[in-house]
Ligand binder design. Structure first.
Ligand code: SAM
Ligand code: DTB
Ligand code: SF4
Length: 322
């Protein structure tokens, strides 16, 4: 189990050149580095399991080029209203029965309206009462909204930096990087745990992946949880035809996240539906120790519970803390 921290492991002064040097290592050497750190801070064969539910789907005013829920693109995702509190709690109960440890609620909002936030707070309280950890991703928050969520019992807030600062404007025009950093500061100040990561395979180059890892690792505190998403290409979005990212480059990105943020839980997040078991095994070897379970992410497919159970058995992985 975790040893005491080696002081030089926890750094907030990563240069891009240092991260580039990680990417440039022979593949085996990079994996060895990532494994060494992984085993220093985590039980090596444990995987944290989260379940996702889209509580408010589609019709989002933002123009994120990857997102099927943006109102700017014709993707076949219909806009729906915020779900009823009781229906969300029923879904959380079912997720718990399937082995989920954390229940994450996603909303296609630029930012929540105060009335909607009251309903989300009621969901949070009900889900916590089931004994699950709670997480939400609702867009930008004011200081007061972050405090309200914390008071309701929200454990984690997901808010991704998504890519390098210099590539952000290519992907999203309706907000800026600073907006994301401001919300992350408010979430942290309110005392919630931060879940913050990004997406790769969006037509970026390695320098942008390096810039994303640097931005995450050089936050004032490392995010508690770091989702690394492989772009799920959705017809109708501007990135529908983005070139596929080299698979080993994806594994290197996971390893770089593990090395630069050794105590953070790194989530092999969206994109698993398009990955075979061998690639996912490499991601776990590179330091990933969390997945979303259940056959749907927000609007796109994810491996079914049974598929993941078989994979975890074959790899000798067990749910974290069980
Ligand atoms: N609207 C809120 C926001 O953007 O912060 C919360 C929901 S949004 C869908 C949450 C995250 O999902 C995004 O930050 C992005 O990283 C991820 N995401 C969205 N579409 C994706 C896709 N097609 N492939 C991979 N990740 C995606
Ligand atoms: C994150 O980083 N990935 C999740 C979660 N946070 C909210 C979302 C993935 C969404 C994939 C596209 C979809 O299903 O709509
Ligand atoms: Fe809206 Fe979030 Fe999708 Fe961007 S990623 S369009 S903010 S739901």
């Amino acid at each position: 189990m975790p040893n005491d921290a080696e002081p030089r492991d926890m750094r907030h002064d990563w240069t891009r050149a240092e991260i580039a040097a990680l990417y440039d290592l022979p593949f085996g050497d990079l994996i060895f580095r990532a494994q060494t750190l992984h085993r220093r801070y985590f039980a090596p064969n444990e995987v944290q399991l989260s379940t996702l539910l889209s509580i408010k789907t589609g019709g989002c005013p933002e123009d994120c080029a990857y997102c099927p829920q943006s109102a700017h693109y014709e993707t076949g995702v219909d806009a729906a209203k915020l779900m009823d509190v009781d229906d969300v709690i029923a879904e959380a109960r079912a997720a718990k029965a399937q082995g989920a440890q954390r229940f994450c609620m996603g909303a296609a909002w630029r930012e929540p309206k105060d009335r909607d936030l009251d309903a989300v707070c009621a969901m949070v309280a009900g889900i916590k009462a089931l004994g699950l950890e709670t997480c939400a991703t609702l867009g930008m928050l004011t200081r007061g909204q972050a405090e309200q969520l914390k008071t309701a019992g929200l454990d984690y807030y997901n808010h991704n930096l998504d890519t390098a600062p210099e590539y952000y404007g290519t992907i999203i025009s309706t907000r800026v990087y600073r907006d994301r950093l401001d919300t992350l500061e408010r979430v942290r100040a309110a005392g919630m745990k931060v879940c913050c990561g990004g997406i790769v395979g969006m037509g970026e180059v390695r320098e942008h992946r390096i810039g994303m890892i640097a931005a995450l690792a050089n936050l004032p505190e490392h995010p508690d949880s770091v989702p690394i998403n492989m772009l799920v290409k959705v017809a109708g979005t501007p990135l529908a035809d983005a070139a596929a990212l080299d698979e080993l480059e994806f594994v290197r990105t996971i390893a770089a996240a593990r090395v630069c943020m050794p105590k953070s839980v790194v989530r092999l997040s969206a994109g698993r539906e398009g990955m075979d078991e061998a690639l996912q095994a490499l991601c776990f070897l590179a330091g990933a120790n969390s997945i979303f379970c259940g056959s749907r992410l927000l609007t796109t497919p994810n491996p079914a519970h049974d598929t993941d159970r078989i994979m975890m058995d074959r790899l000798g992985l067990s749910p974290m803390g069980s």
